[in-house]
Ligand binder design. Structure first.
Ligand code: SAM
Length: 212
């Protein structure tokens, strides 16, 4: 999205993001996040960390935490949350498609509700593969294209207006298919629903993929 968008709605979206998600978190998303992140260990990277809703859910097995986030106003809130919670984490303002880290740097990479919004999911997964150690794990939890063709048609129809209100979110991405095509080895993929969310963002996929 452009600079004007980021300075206006990007700022507003960051300000209300936690409140927008509050009922969804309470209805189950927070438990899903906790279950996913319990599998994180070692040197861990999070992509598009937003306001930092995952921050207090990382287990002690995570020895170093690097949070990336490209959007200025999200990154500002992320830094504030890191400082407020006193959790040691480095915040790096960067898009997931161009990670400023050397090859094989991380044991774990995490994406929650991010592959819907990155500009280029294929390039993002290539970067994840590059920065993960061989055998390193990618933990994902994403709202995805519906398997029900009627819902998928509505996702296609509403993609553009949704992208505008959702700060760049594409509601119709077939992320499981993109993962299958990527260099990562998908070891577990479960489908579910994002509770208390509109039908076009309700279909959920979460799981684990390993770097070759
Ligand atoms: C729906 S929010 C999810 C935030 C957080 N991951 C969570 O689980 O609450 C999508 C996030 O992706 C970020 N984002 C947008 N474009 C991105 C990109 N190219 N690379 C990484 N993150 C991006 C947005 O700024 C926003 O913080």
């Amino acid at each position: 999205m452009g600079r004007l968008y980021e300075a206006t709605w990007g700022r507003g979206f960051a300000a209300i993001y936690d409140r927008l998600l509050a009922s969804t978190e309470e209805a189950g998303l927070r438990d899903d996040r906790r279950e996913l992140l319990a599998q994180a260990s070692g040197v861990t990277l999070e992509l598009g960390a937003g306001t930092g809703l995952n921050l207090d859910l990382y287990p002690e097995a995570v020895t170093e935490l690097v949070l990336t986030e490209p959007a200025e106003h999200m990154a500002k809130r992320l830094r504030e949350r890191v400082a407020g919670e006193g959790r040691a984490a480095e915040v790096v303002q960067t898009p997931a498609e161009r990670l400023p880290f050397p090859d094989d740097r991380f044991d774990t990479a995490v994406a929650t509700l991010v592959l819907c919004t990155v500009d280029d999911p294929e390039a993002t997964l290539a970067e994840v593969t590059r920065v993960l150690k061989p055998g390193g794990r990618f933990l994902f939890l994403e709202h995805v294209r519906a398997q029900d063709p009627r819902v998928a048609r509505w996702q296609d129809r509403l993609e553009r207006p949704w992208k505008f209100v959702g700060a760049g979110c594409h509601c119709n991405r077939d992320t499981p298919a993109t993962l299958e095509r990527s260099p990562l080895d998908v070891q577990r993929l479960e489908r579910g629903e994002l509770p208390k969310s509109p039908p076009i963002t309700r279909p959920l996929a979460s799981g684990v993929a390993a770097a070759p």
